[in-house]
Design a protein around this ligand. Sequence first.
Ligand code: SF4
Ligand SMILES: [Zn+2]
Ligand SMILES: [Zn+2]
Length: 180
Amino acid sequence: MITLPEFLDGTTPHCTPATAHLFDSTHPDDEQQATAICTGCPLRPGCAQHALTTPEERGTWGGLTARQRRRIRNPDDTAWVDDEGRLRVACGTYRALQAHLRYGETCGPCRAAQAARTEHARRASLAAEHAAGGTVNGAAIHRRLGEPTCVHCRAAVARQSAVQRAARRMAQHPELAMAS
Ligand code: SF4
Ligand SMILES: [Zn+2]
Ligand SMILES: [Zn+2]
């Protein structure tokens, strides 16, 4: 059980004995509930500061889980706590983008970085489709990249359409299949 430091005793309606189990748990659902409770707590910045400097090794404090506080204290990690006591990471990473979304922010550099990661992943998939000689899937990736379909992928689409047309004709005229 976490023992609350004196400065918190009786001063917050947020983490009460009724919710204490959430603050002492490492289950992701409990941690999420605990950090959500902290979000509206007026003591949050001071509470996070206390947990980081004491340091408290266990439980959720000031909206930060024990794992997040370990990251902040790790000199090799770029994470830090902002003025509101929230965990932040350097812009440009996927985790930074997730943090912006969680806090209802928009960030140009993070969005641009995400777009670049998406394009990079699509280009890697497209290279695999081209290594297979051009495919229907490759044509779809060209479209998603907003570029014209290459001749190999276009040929694959044409082949697939021809096969589908033939199959439809067979279905509509079974006698054709018998005759061949
Ligand atoms: S910030 Fe969270 S842990 Fe700290 S007093 Fe408020 S509700 Fe409790
Ligand atoms: Zn950002
Ligand atoms: Zn192609």
